[in-house]
Design a protein around this ligand. Structure first.
Ligand SMILES: Cc1ncc(COP(=O)(O)O)c(C=O)c1O
Length: 480
């Protein structure tokens, strides 16, 4: 890990500039034009613990960041910097430069080989998904046979529920968070209806305690101990999309199992963000998308995990198609499939190769860098942003709603814009976020009504990005 990142983790030491790669101090490919006397520094100034120079120096010594391998949107013309400081990678990750060539290669193989590309393409299309399996497994802490890249996230959640949501007797409930992403909410309600159940009675939404934003592990565990005998399925977000809270997946999974429930996880905001050990945590199933931290492009093909004890159970009910059967006999066109003892058994259709290519590129990048190194960098980066934001929110109508404990969060910090107070010329989070972008080139996103989400993404965000975000926020929101 870069020593400069460690310095910034310790508030006492800004340290000196070095010569690592990918940092803003190296000539502006990252969006920084470098420090210049003619340019006004942000509110944190140039020097000192929270100065711009310290942020640039940290980036210059960083050996994990792969910023130069990504394409950044330009900042609006009035901005001090040529490129945006991108904080919306928890919504849509940046484009890896390597994706264009990977797509072009598939188009070339299609042109050159047509149908024979299934066997003769550089990455043969017939077993294409298998090429992604090991890297996907490493990403989520699984065995290769427990993972498959397929479909999109909500579709995979439905496929998992087709197998694992088996309401019976009084055990019918599905437990989600009250702050669950809407798609999950709709998905579980539709599953209840699909089984002839009343969704209002079947779906239980766990709420934080009054006055709190995040769920407490002990409250989830307590609910499952009391009511678990009525619960068929627990389906929670590993990292919450709104608050950025990283739930204690092993503790909640164990509590669900103790109560006899199936426990699945939506890892949309966790995959590529935090280290996961799905096999060892005994998770029943999980699904994640590839367009956020995994940078595989809008609507990218998603991932799915099924624990080994389930993949080897041929009796489980599954929805099936020709890609569910074993490859060796697939073209014998038998009326009945031959189940495979891997997560591939949940595949239905043949994979969309043009959409899989960016996922292959992306998963390789994660395998090369490794989640351990990314997490170490992420802790430093998000911790640095948090310390800067603490200076900003101190006397402004803003509060950080993400847990303060680094173990209970990933990269994202969510800020609530507290209404009814003197917020510059802007009254709400959306207006503040718009000004961050238009005036400062800081691209964050908003979840209504009042939350701005800032995600310094460990794969490509820089310390200087964090500095820009905090300085911009301090300029756009007036102290009270
Ligand atoms: C937590 C969570 N779940 C589900 C979804 C929906 O994903 P998809 O449209 O890929 O099914 C999203 C999308 O952002 C999400 O953040």
């Amino acid at each position: 890990m870069a020593t400069r990142a460690e310095d910034l983790r310790d508030p006492s030491g800004p340290g000196s500039a070095g010569a690592g790669r990918g940092g803003p101090g190296q000539g502006g490919s990252d969006g920084s034009a470098g420090l210049g006397a003619s340019r006004a520094p942000g509110v944190f100034g140039e020097d000192g613990e929270f100065g711009e120079r310290a942020a640039l120096a940290a980036d210059a010594e960083d050996s994990v960041c792969r910023r130069e391998e990504f394409l950044l949107p330009p900042a609006p013309g009035s901005c001090r910097y040529p490129e945006v400081a991108y904080f919306a990678g928890n919504s849509l990750g940046l484009q890896p430069r390597a994706v264009r060539a990977a797509l072009a290669a598939e188009l070339d193989d299609w042109a050159l080989h047509a149908v024979e590309g299934h066997h003769r393409a550089a990455h043969p299309w017939l077993p294409y998904h298998a090429e992604l399996r090991e890297d996907a497994a490493a990403l989520v802490g699984a065995a290769p046979e427990e993972t498959v890249v397929m479909n999109s996230l909500t579709v995979n959640l439905h496929l998992m529920m087709a197998t694992f949501y088996r309401p019976a007797g009084e055990r019918t409930r599905i437990v989600i968070e009250d702050h669950a992403f809407s798609s999950d909410s709709y998905a579980v309600r539709s599953q209840a209806v699909h089984h002839g159940l009343d969704p209002d009675e079947t779906v239980v939404r766990l709420r934080p305690r009054p006055g709190e934003d995040c769920l407490r592990t002990e409250d989830i565990v307590d609910y499952l101990a009391r009511e678990g005998h009525r619960v068929a399925l627990v389906l929670l977000g590993g990292v919450n999309y709104l608050t950025g809270e990283f739930l204690d997946i092993p503790a909640v999974t164990a509590a669900g199992h103790a109560a006899g429930c199936v426990v699945g996880w939506d890892l949309a905001h966790a995959a590529g963000n935090v280290p996961l050990a799905l096999h060892d945590w005994d998770v029943d199933f999980a699904a994640w998308c590839s367009y956020k931290y995994l940078n595989a492009g809008p609507g990218a093909v998603a991932g799915c995990f099924v624990h080994r004890r389930h993949v080897t159970d041929p009796e489980l009910p599954r929805l099936a198609g020709w890609w569910s059967t074993e490859q060796a006999t697939r073209f014998e066109m038998r009326p009945e499939l031959v189940p495979v003892p891997t997560a591939d058994a949940w595949q239905i259709s043949n994979p969309p190769i043009l959409a899989m290519a960016p996922v292959r590129v992306s998963l390789r990048m994660f395998a090369e860098t490794g989640m351990a190194a990314l997490r170490e960098r992420s802790l430093a980066l998000t911790g640095y942003l948090e310390r800067l934001l603490a200076e900003v929110v101190r006397d402004r109508p803003l509060e950080i709603v993400t847990p303060a404990d680094p173990a209970r969060r990933g990269a994202q910090l969510s800020l609530r814009v507290i209404g009814g107070t003197d917020v510059a010329d802007a009254a709400d989070a959306a207006a503040v976020a718009a000004r961050l972008h238009e005036t400062h080139g800081v691209l964050a996103d908003v979840r209504r009504p009042d939350v701005i989400r800032l995600a310094p993404v460990p794969m490509y965000s820089t310390f200087h990005d964090c500095w820009r975000a905090a300085a911009a926020l301090a300029e756009e929101v007036n102290p009270v």
